[in-house]
Design a binder for this molecule. Structure first.
Ligand code: NAP
Length: 247
């Protein structure tokens, strides 16, 4: 039998992978637990491991044979920890990263390296911003002057922004609804992570059709290691159709 698989999740791709390998390999999906717990085949564990050392201990205790890091492209810490822990134990690790969104000729993107860079250039792009970067990143925009924010979050909570409104929602978001939302709030700039994936692409297409600039925060560099960009390729990496070398 192949060794147990750990899927580091929190994304649609991780859930799709867990479903694709169900019944073919013993699987544990790990979630940070901040966005609810989806129903998945296999075992699901929730919460941080306690850094790279905690993850290493988990891999050892659970006799994990392989790891697929299917976390969000902006979840840089858990990916770094996975790289460190798997290297320490010699456990094969694959990163499953959804492709970047293609840039259309009519897209008006200003790309920046990080949230601080986005906050610095935002006032030059618009006065009514649709902020879609997640609750953990909103504070970076607190010092931005003269901009009203429409902030979309998974769950509402107090924000350190002077002038704003909060809406809640969970992907997927359709382009038509995104267009209507941006028109209703007279949005003149969209702030987005370069997340990729279809579930949140509607806002990017909507901005293009409305002629609205997009302030696009580039992905952090992933740790070194093998990577694929589709669930099918991740399943292929597991070689589940081949007989095990173990006796
Ligand atoms: P992060 O900054 O890379 O991780 C922060 C800490 O959260 C990690 O050090 C780890 O705690 C814990 N953690 C993260 N992912 C985990 C997982 N799958 N299983 C167990 N512990 C995990 O991550 P983040 O940006 O806060 O994102 C948290 C989760 O939300 C990720 O799993 C990611 O896939 C998902 N997500 C993130 C975004 C985004 O924009 N960042 C968007 C959609 C979904 P310990 O150090 O204690 O182990």
């Amino acid at each position: 039998m192949p060794g147990k698989l750990l899927i580091l999740g929190g994304t649609a791709e991780a859930a799709a992978l867990a479903r694709a390998v169900a019944g073919r390999i013993e699987t544990v999906t790990s979630l940070a637990g901040r966005a609810g717990i989806p129903s998945l085949p296999g075992r699901v564990r929730v919460g941080g491991f306690g850094g790279a050392a905690g993850l290493e201990a988990f891999l050892r205790t659970e006799a994990i044979g392989r790891v697929i890091d299917a976390t969000h492209p902006f979840a840089a810490r858990i990916s770094a920890h996975a790289g460190t822990a798997c290297a320490a134990l010699g456990i094969p690790r694959l990163m499953l990263r959804r492709p970047e969104w293609p840039r259309h000729p009519e897209d008006r993107w200003t790309e920046v390296a990080d949230m601080a860079g986005a906050a610095a250039v935002l006032p030059g792009l618009g006065r009514r911003a649709f902020l879609t970067v997640g609750a953990g990143e909103v504070a970076a925009f607190a010092p931005v002057p003269d901009v009203w924010f429409l902030v979309r979050l998974l769950t509402a909570g107090p924000l350190p922004l002077a002038d704003h409104a909060v809406i809640t929602g969970r992907p997927p978001f359709a382009e038509a609804a995104e267009r209507a939302l941006m028109a209703e709030h007279r949005i003149d700039v969209l702030v987005s992570k370069a997340s990729g994936g279809s579930a949140t692409y509607g806002k990017i297409a909507a901005a293009r059709h409305l002629g609205i600039p997009v302030l696009m925060i580039r992905r952090p560099a992933p740790p070194a290691g093998a990577a694929v960009d589709s669930v099918a390729a991740a399943v292929e990496w597991l070689r589940l159709d081949r007989p095990s070398d173990e006796c």
